[in-house]
Design a protein around this ligand. Structure first.
Ligand code: B3K
Ligand code: ZN
Length: 887
């Protein structure tokens, strides 16, 4: 445990380091329980720091053995070194060398930070502050050093030895059972990008020739026997490398690029320079074991980590407050990559779904924070949807506002100017201000003001004057620590559609309240609390299509009529807004029905206009199947809960949503049947997006059909389950079958598990699916599954699947008797002693507890307070708890 626990770190306290570290030479002798690390640091005073400052290196639970200053051994006393820091009160005033030897036990490292064992391999995770668990260091991202790493190990224990950069030497040790490798990374980097791996791993090799002709050796290392499952990841890697050259002009810069897949990993993957380490969930795929969604996830994460080589590694962050500088930008880049590789419209819809589910929900509760926080207690708790997803939205808005040309110029300027440095948001924004000639000061508020702005729009067509009046208003509700908010610069991409669905050209109309540039570009830069826009010269009524492509991360509240929304759903040239119109129509009905259910009434019959609108999309032979599947997927229960905002009864929400699924299932039965029963193509499985889209529609139609006609749906699901030649269809069929209680589903679950008992990643699907069943028996089922040999509290993937799956099950986690809350509290307490990062992540399930109706709210609070009673909570869990419970 660290001693600086619980002390907030403030952005306003930032000072440049007093010392710089030029080189780090590591000599690491791997051993399962006693790894020896010798570190040799070349340190010099920083001219930009304080003169005569002491040197304080960070450590975290280290066992120091010896320290040498300029070759002379120093006595290892507590003045000099403790497990958590190494201090030289009066370090030399010139450059000097400090050597330290520490001893580590990788097998005992259950936090999975620093050096640890996963399966039969040694691996590391250093971001954010894991390097200090390996050796003493100025562990901050603005200290950039050149690393050389010698790794030695028993040949049988670790035949493969990998490090950052290029391998410059390798060979046998004098003891013939041992060998070593030396890796050198010429690019100065912060220590959070350090990595090493050792183990018995198989390698899938390939190569890539960069635009300028450099040949890069590519390797993906996996557990023995699994290279065939890394083929798709390799393909995604090569496509990512090419795309970054064409889209951003960025080439790869080392002779090798290695990826290692491990099965114990706290998050998705890590962008260590030249040596990415991945959760194997984002590498391994075969048609038999991975769904279309898994393939898409692999493509995204491979691209994301690869793109970090420029946005994150070559240009890193000055301090952790600037985390979105690399994360938001890199998410934006991976989203663009996937949009180019797949259907742009469908990708945008999927990204916005994620944004709303994860980020809007975070923004709506006690864990809301700025995209650039100004304070943190535990930085690991800030790898959030706000930093990542909202961070990416800011970049997207910037491009909307200044246009593609200026955006591209700004990016080039950023790469040229800040390569090799640790930068800030100000550095980044000023490149775009220069490139566009615009003042981006007000826009910069997106980084420093939390909360999701609500954009209210009311529209009125005045037939007498042939004009459309649009009133815009924006308001952002208070968030923790920010009681009052200023207006944001909201880019509103807009167009007009006439009542027959034809687009209305903007060049024939005049406008009040819109600048020439706004009218020409079709993007309103709405930056005041209110604005009235009057569009004149319209000879017939029109429907405004606002926020096209979801041009800003705001909650749009419109007064458009059902008929207008139906027009947009049927005809808007912007696919996103077509989908959005369907979501808005459905949400209105769902929230009305929820209120009805709470009054003890039944759901109202579905409005015929709604079923007609859905039917039209479903029956459109021209429509992209993936798009149709998105339209048919109703807003989730968590989204509806967030939209309600208070006095939430998850049972009523669930019932309302099920009632609508049943209604749609019945009303659209014939069309759904046609899609659901559409024969499979004879072609072998391909994860390509067109094929995936067809499967998505077939399976979504099946699920909706089963809601309206359970017996028929169940029979179809069972048949598909048995006949499927790929995991996508098989899992979708199983999920549909799981909604109907009875021996049928239990039998399918058992068969599924038996076929994939030796595939941990498929076991995760099996666990998650059962945890998501919206029935009161689910909690007992989850408890029972925790005793299953396939489950382990030591493996994050298993925990995310079973416990995380349950926490996402709105009606069951939020059970009215509080048993779901009590269960999660129990789990958090057990996990905290083992892996605080994962424990803190699980605690996030409580982020909307205050919006629940009062019985649940009281029970949730009691569960949270029970956790606080535990002495010796980790900083990670303590920080989240404090914020969840703050008034
Ligand atoms: N940068 C890592 C995340 C590290 C999380 C540390 N708790 C992965 C990524 O965003 O690419
Ligand atoms: Zn990232």
């Amino acid at each position: 445990m660290r001693t600086d626990q619980g002390q907030p770190i403030l952005l306003s306290d930032y000072r440049p380091p007093d010392h710089l570290i030029e080189t780090v030479e590591l000599d690491i002798v791997l051993h399962r329980t006693a790894t020896r690390v010798r570190s040799r640091l070349r340190i010099r005073p920083n001219p930009a720091g304080r003169a005569d400052a002491p040197l304080r290196l960070d450590g975290d639970g280290l066992v120091p053995h010896a320290v040498w200053l300029e070759g002379t051994a120093l006595p290892v006393t507590a003045d000099l070194v403790t497990p958590d820091r190494l201090m030289l009160a009066t370090p030399p005033r010139h450059a000097f060398t400090l050597e330290v030897e520490t001893l580590l036990d990788p097998s005992a490292n259950t936090q999975l930070m620093g050096l640890y064992r996963s399966g039969s391999a040694y691996c590391t995770q250093c971001e954010a502050e894991g390097f200090r668990r390996i050796t003493y260091m100025l562990d901050r991202p603005d200290v950039l050093a050149v690393y050389t790493t010698r790794i030695e190990a028993d040949r049988r224990d670790a035949p493969v030895l990998l490090g950052n950069g290029n391998c410059i030497e390798a060979g046998p040790c004098p003891d013939p059972d041992r060998h070593y490798a030396v890796w050198h990374d010429p690019f100065p980097k912060p220590c959070y990008l350090f990595a090493l791996v050792g183990g018995a791993l198989d390698c899938l090799s390939d190569s890539f020739t960069t635009a300028s002709g450099r040949i890069v050796e590519l390797g993906i290392y996996v557990e023995p026997g699994k290279t065939a499952q890394a083929v798709y990841a390799m393909d995604a890697l090569k496509r990512s490398m090419r795309w970054d050259e064409t889209a951003f002009g960025r080439e790869y810069d080392l002779d090798v690029f290695n990826i290692v897949a491990v099965s114990d990993f706290n998050m998705g993957a890590m962008e260590n320079k030249g040596l990415n380490v991945f959760n194997d969930k984002y590498i391994l795929a075969s048609p038999r074991t991975a769904t279309d969604g898994d393939y898409a996830g692999i493509e995204t994460v491979i691209a994301h980590e690869y793109f970090h080589n420029w946005t994150g590694n070559r240009i890193t962050c000055r301090d952790w407050f600037q985390l979105c500088l690399k994360e938001g930008l890199t998410v934006f880049r991976d989203q663009e990559f996937s949009a180019d590789e797949r259907s742009r419209a469908v990708k945008r819809i999927a990204d916005v779904r994620t944004l709303r589910l994860r980020q809007f929900t975070e923004d709506a509760g006690p864990l809301a924070h700025n995209v650039r926080p100004n304070r943190y207690v535990e930085i690991n708790n800030f790898y959030t949807a706000t930093i990542y997803e909202k961070g990416a939205e800011i970049i997207r808005m910037l491009r909307h506002l200044i246009g593609r040309t200026a955006f591209d110029q700004g990016m080039t300027l950023y790469f040229d100017r800040h390569d090799g440095t640790a930068a800030t948001i100000e550095h980044f924004l000023s490149c775009f201000a220069e490139a566009s000639g615009r003042d981006l000061t007000a826009f910069g508020r997106w980084y420093d003001q939390a909360g999701t702005p609500e954009l209210r729009v009311s529209t009125q067509f005045d037939a007498a004057s042939n004009s459309l009046v649009i009133d815009l208003a924006q308001i952002t509700a208070p968030t923790p620590g920010q009681p009052s908010k200023g207006p944001m610069v909201i880019p509103i991409d807009f167009g007009l559609v006439d009542r027959n669905g034809a687009p209305v050209r903007l060049d024939g109309i005049t406008a009040d309240g819109l600048s020439e540039a706004e009218l020409r570009s079709g993007v309103i830069a709405f930056d005041t609390p209110q604005r009235r826009i009057v569009l004149r010269g319209l000879d017939h009524p029109v429907v405004p299509s606002l926020l096209r492509g979801f041009s800003a991360p705001v909650r749009l509240v419109t007064d458009l009529s059902e008929a207008d929304l139906a027009t947009l759903l049927a005809h808007d040239s912007d696919s996103f807004n077509r989908w959005q119109a369907a979501q808005t129509l459905a949400t209105r009905v769902l929230l009305d029905d929820t209120a009805r259910m709470r009054r003890g009434e039944a759901a109202a019959p579905l409005p015929p206009s709604l079923t007609a609108a859905f039917a039209a999309v479903l029956d459109d032979p021209q429509a992209d199947p993936a798009f149709v599947a998105q339209v048919l997927t109703l807003p989730g229960e968590a989204d509806l809960a967030r939209d309600l905002g208070q006095d939430v009864d998850p049972d009523a929400l669930h019932a309302a949503r099920e009632a609508m699924r049943l209604g749609l299932g019945r009303a659209l039965g014939n069309s759904l049947r046609r899609h659901a029963a559409a024969p499979e193509t004879a072609a072998p499985y391909s994860p390509a997006s067109a094929d995936a889209g067809r499967r998505a529609l077939r399976n979504t139609a099946l699920s909706l059909l089963a809601a309206g006609a359970p017996e028929e749906g169940q029979a179809l699901a069972e048949a598909r389950f048995a006949a499927a030649d790929n995991m996508t269809d098989q899992l979708a069929a199983l999920a549909t079958a799981c909604l109907v209680p009875g021996p049928g589903r239990e039998d399918m679950l058992a068969r599924f598990h038996a076929s994939f008992a030796d595939e941990p990643l498929v076991t995760d699907k099996w666990l998650a699916l059962q945890a998501s069943i919206p029935e009161p028996g689910t909690l007992d089922r989850v408890r029972h599954l925790m005793t299953h040999p396939a489950f382990s509290m030591g493996t994050p993937n298993r925990i995310y699947a079973l416990i995380g799956g349950f926490a996402a099950n709105q009606s069951q986690f939020n059970r009215r008797d509080g048993a779901g809350y009590a269960f999660l509290a129990e789990i958090v307490l057990v996990l905290d002693g083992k892996n605080p990062q994962v424990a803190a992540r699980m605690l996030n399930a409580f982020r909307l507890w205050r919006t629940m109706e009062s019985t649940r709210r009281t029970l949730a609070e009691a569960a949270l307070r029970r956790i606080t009673q535990q002495t010796s909570l980790s900083t990670d869990v303590g920080d989240i708890l404090t914020r969840l419970l703050a008034n």
